[in-house]
Design a protein around this ligand. Structure first.
Ligand code: NAD
Length: 312
């Protein structure tokens, strides 16, 4: 590789991916929860090979079953063909460890919204990756620059914030870290385009754009409940019929996951040092109780019966 003279006259090596627009074919996904399985679904349907990982094989098996159910629903509604479903499923495989991601062109991290968890993943993952592989994180709120610093490739690190449910929502927020190279950004944007999604570019500030706006509203809805201004049902009905939101804010909080909501509020509160982002104590209490919303069958609603029932 030729050496080039950098802007300050220092001899620098061009990074392995300078001018590299080699196509992305194989994608590793870390975390097969609601976002990981949705991302795997959309990416496999778009023709990419997907390698899915999680803490246990059982979690990945459950995720693949769910992807199959969701694909089957898309076949029933005429959005895709039975052949598309079969092909997409055949492209998704399981890896027991990061060795299984060694030939991935890109890895998308979609594990729990916890900076310590994510940093540990990146430290363990990097030694197994191809030097030119891109790492994307699906974090909803954590600094891309800080997460990138836990990797050996901040220039090939980017935030790709998919929305929930991934097969339905049209947007992917894109966030560069301070070191993200243009070619990484260009490749990632091209990749997102092939999934049929639209991108919106955000600066690397706590919770980016969508959740900077959405989560304080949800947190305020929890305060409204906490202060007894309205019941769960009244608050959600008010916002559905009074503001034409497709879901009430408490219903939406359950859908996102109350642990994820709390983590995002904590990142906003600490990152922007403004008391207006203080997480509502009632949200904290629900998370402490393990009532995390739909994924644990209980949150602001109880989902164990036939019909969701408000818990307050
Ligand atoms: P989830 O709780 O449904 O899934 C998280 C998954 O990560 C779990 O299956 C868990 O077992 C796995 N995991 C935890 N530690 C791991 C590790 N060390 N290695 C591998 N897997 C590990 O959460 P989710 O809603 O899918 O959120 C995942 C990410 O996506 C978070 O960063 C979240 O902020 C972001 N996100 C969530 C939403 C949403 O609406 N829920 C929307 C956009 C982005």
């Amino acid at each position: 590789m030729d050496e080039i003279v950098g802007a300050k006259g220092i001899l620098t090596e061009p990074s392995p991916q300078e001018n590299d627009m080699t196509p992305i074919r194989k994608i590793g996904i870390i975390g097969s929860g609601q976002m990981g399985n949705g991302i795997a679904h959309v990416i496999a349907l778009a023709g990419y090979d997907v390698v899915l990982t999680d803490l246990t094989k059982e979690k990945v098996d459950k995720a693949i079953e769910l992807i199959d159910r969701n694909l089957t629903r898309q076949v029933a509604s005429g959005k895709i063909t039975e052949e598309d479903r079969k092909q997409a499923l055949s492209r998704i495989t399981y890896a027991e460890n990061y060795q299984g991601l060694s030939d991935a062109d890109m890895v998308i991290e979609a594990a729990t919204e916890d900076e310590t968890v994510k940093r540990k993943i990146f430290v363990a993952l990097c030694p197994f990756l191809k030097p030119e592989a891109i790492i994307a994180t699906n974090t909803s709120s954590i600094s891309i620059t800080r997460l990138a610093a836990a990797t050996d490739r901040p220039e090939r690190f980017i935030g790709l914030h998919f929305m929930n449910p991934v097969p339905v929502m049209e947007l992917v927020e894109m966030i560069r870290g301070i070191a993200t190279e243009d070619v990484t950004f260009a490749k990632a944007r091209e990749f997102v385009g092939t999934l049929g999604k639209t991108t919106a570019v955000s600066e690397d500030f706590p919770a980016f754009m969508v959740n900077r706006i959405l989560l304080p509203m949800i947190n305020e809805a929890v305060y409204t409940l906490y202060e007894g201004v309205g019941s769960v049902d009244a608050i959600d009905t008010a916002m559905r019929l009074g503001a034409h939101h497709p879901m009430g804010p408490l219903q939406l909080a359950d859908f996102i996951g109350l642990d994820t909501c709390l983590s995002i509020m904590q990142v906003l509160y600490e990152g922007l040092a403004d008391s207006k982002y203080r997480p509502c104590p009632l949200l904290v209490k629900y998370v402490e109780a393990g009532w995390l919303g739909r994924k644990t069958k209980r949150g602001f609603y109880d989902y164990r019966g036939e019909k969701p029932m408000p818990t307050r």
